[in-house]
Design a binder for this molecule. Structure first.
Ligand SMILES: Cc1cc2nc3c(=O)[nH]c(=O)nc-3n(C[C@H](O)[C@H](O)[C@H](O)COP(=O)(O)O)c2cc1C
Length: 199
């Protein structure tokens, strides 16, 4: 069944886009405001966009505190969500004012970062400290501006919780039971991990 994009909402009561581009990793992004208030929120328009150097990107739909803090301070931390942290992650999606911290709202334990000011989530399996290299308001096909803002950060520091480092010094992705975002209100938990060698 083919549907032109203009008709998608006539055919499907909910746009299937996010269910099709799924599962998506959840970027749990911590930042700090100029006034020093720590902030954290989940972003599933999120992904690794480069290696050498390692870079991450996420999109803010509209202007939100995370975007403002990235603009003002040029720093953020990506915290990995574990199975245990799923509920806390969801709570941090609550829209709080810029003077309120989601860390306090959820009673989420913070830990200091090494090279950037935003704290990391203490219990997260891993956290990547990032410095902002670009923030772009996305254009659309009609030559106009969207309300989507894409932030790219370069990884400057890597924290891995020792519990998730294997004896051969790999990050144990399976042990972290990393949940991912699908469409609608759906999430997926990581399934079996298998190796496939490249041709
Ligand atoms: C799993 C999950 C993924 C989300 N992904 C995004 C996203 O990619 N972009 C976005 O703008 N909002 C996203 N949201 C909503 C934001 O987390 C929410 O608007 C939050 O209040 C923003 O916080 P901030 O103003 O502190 O940045 C997501 C929410 C959840 C629960």
């Amino acid at each position: 069944m083919y549907t032109p994009i203009e008709k998608i909402r006539d055919v499907f009561p909910f746009d299937p886009f996010k269910a099709i581009v799924a599962p998506r990793p959840i970027g749990w992004i911590s930042t700090i405001s100029k006034a020093g208030i720590p902030n954290i929120a989940p972003y599933s328009f999120f992904g690794a966009v480069s290696s050498d150097p390692n870079m991450l990107g996420f999109t803010s739909s509209g202007i939100k505190d995370t975007l403002e803090n990235c603009r003002e301070t040029g720093e953020f931390v990506f915290n990995v969500v574990s199975g245990e942290l799923l509920e806390a992650m969801n709570q941090t999606a609550k829209a709080l004012g810029p003077d309120e911290s989601e860390f306090d709202f959820v009673s989420l334990e913070k830990a200091g970062s090494h090279l950037v000011k935003p704290p990391r989530v203490a219990d997260s399996p891993a956290a990547l400290e990032c410095k902002v290299v670009s923030i772009r308001q996305l254009d659309n096909l009609e030559g106009g501006k969207t309300e989507s803002w894409f932030t790219i950060g370069q990884v400057v520091g890597v924290y891995i919780n020792p519990k998730y480092i294997t004896t051969d010094k790999r990050f144990d992705t399976a042990k972290a039971r990393i949940p991912s975002r699908c469409g609608y209100m759906d999430y997926m938990s990581a399934g079996e991990v298998f190796e496939l060698l490249r041709p």
